[in-house]
Design a protein around this ligand. Structure first.
Ligand SMILES: NC(=O)c1ccc[n+]([C@@H]2O[C@H](COP(=O)([O-])OP(=O)(O)OC[C@H]3O[C@@H](n4cnc5c(N)ncnc54)[C@H](OP(=O)(O)O)[C@@H]3O)[C@@H](O)[C@H]2O)c1
Length: 336
């Protein structure tokens, strides 16, 4: 197939491009040339989806499908989709399970109410506060330009794997590789639901090849690891002597340790987070999504870091991780 990937040089898009080339497709990427490098084997088009002139290089070209993994602003997605609608019959968009209004509080499936996004809304891609509403607007932009029968909306949950551009699992790996007592949050049996970027990519490409439309949560159907397993997997992958010190959540709050931001992927077990790791992936599973063991994602992410991989975040991405000095202070307080 002739596949156009909008972006394609960072994490999800980069992985899709590599996999599409591996399947023998002809891949064209479209980006500004600011993030990452073009992958060997692609036809690289330069352009900027934030202006009308910027998408001019897409005019008059023919593709069998478009994959848009990184769209963040509805107006940018609408502009891109309109620019290719006459010359490409299918549009796949990577969205987020954060589009559900109750995404963290109760279990959700594809029928759950979403935020009221607006298909032509403009904005700043670095404005993370508006990310969820904007992603819903992006979905509506795809629907407006293509209709639901010629589009795929892949709502990914938290994504891990090589070329990670947020840095949550890479932070844990790097911290655990440094060894010693490691501040570990809450209950080691607390479940997590994390999807490997390569499994997202396989699912999207399978649907694109079949030109199969639909809206799917792209998550493991069940929680696929726990906080304890995550740390054990990191110890195994890095060969570290690190020892987790499991610490009461209330104690961590009282010492100002921030869930998610400072101890990445830690979502405290509170009533208003009951839905966080409880997204239904049943529809995607029925449509063919398969997920690899989480330990493989941890090992391969460590191998990528060891081979020189670096987390390159997009502008506006909040930083992740706990400062060493703060960790030591909190561990000392817990010990006493
Ligand atoms: N990480 C997670 O846990 C998670 C969870 C749920 C959903 N998601 C979604 O997954 C997606 C991840 O995307 P990704 O960053 O990995 O995709 P990517 O396609 O690998 O990288 C983003 C691409 O967009 C290009 N780009 C940015 N601004 C552009 C512009 N104005 N015009 C043209 N190209 C532009 C960048 O290149 P240039 O800068 O060179 O233009 C880059 O190639 C996001 O949509 C995110 O919402 C992530």
């Amino acid at each position: 197939m002739r596949i156009l990937v909008i972006g394609g040089t960072s994490f999800v898009g980069r992985t899709i491009v590599g996999a599409a080339l591996g399947r023998g497709h002809h891949v064209t990427t479209f980006n500004r040339g600011l993030t990452g490098k073009d992958i060997d084997g692609v036809e690289a088009l330069r352009g900027d989806r934030s202006t009308d002139e910027g998408v001019a290089p897409l005019a008059g070209r023919g593709f069998d499908a478009v994959i848009d993994p990184g769209g963040l602003i509805p107006a940018h997605v609408l502009r891109t989709a309109r620019a290719v609608a006459a010359s490409a019959p299918f549009y796949a968009f990577v969205s987020t399970t954060g589009v559900y209004q109750t995404w963290n509080t109760v279990p959700v499936d594809e029928s759950t109410a979403t935020w009221p996004g607006v298909a032509d809304q403009d904005g700043d891609p670095a404005d993370f506060e508006k990310l969820r509403v904007h992603k819903r607007g992006c979905e509506l932009a795809v629907e407006q330009a293509y209709g639901l029968d010629a589009s795929l909306i892949a709502r990914a949950g938290s994504i891990v794997g090589p070329h990670d551009n947020l840095g949550q699992l890479p932070w844990w790996l790097t911290r655990i590789a440094a060894g010693g007592p490691v501040l570990a949050p809450g209950d080691p049996t607390r479940s997590l639901q994390l999807i490997d970027v390569r499994d997202v990519s396989t699912f999207v490409l399978d649907q694109v090849e079949a030109q199969a439309s639909g809206i799917y949560n792209v998550v493991p159907d069940e929680p696929n690891t726990t906080m304890g397993q995550l740390i054990d997997n990191c110890v195994q992958a890095t060969g570290s002597d690190a020892t987790p010190i499991w610490t009461d959540e209330g104690f961590l709050f009282s010492h100002g340790v921030q869930p998610w931001a400072e101890l990445p992927l830690w979502i405290p077990a509170l009533p208003d987070t009951a839905g966080f790791w409880a997204v239904s992936g049943a529809a995607a599973r029925a449509a063919g999504l398969r997920t690899r063991p989480f330990g493989d994602s941890v090992r391969d992410t460590w191998d990528w870091l060891q081979s020189g991989g670096e987390v390159r975040t997009a502008p506006g991405t909040p930083p992740f991780g706990l400062a060493k000095e703060k960790e030591q202070q909190v561990l000392a307080a817990w010990d006493s």
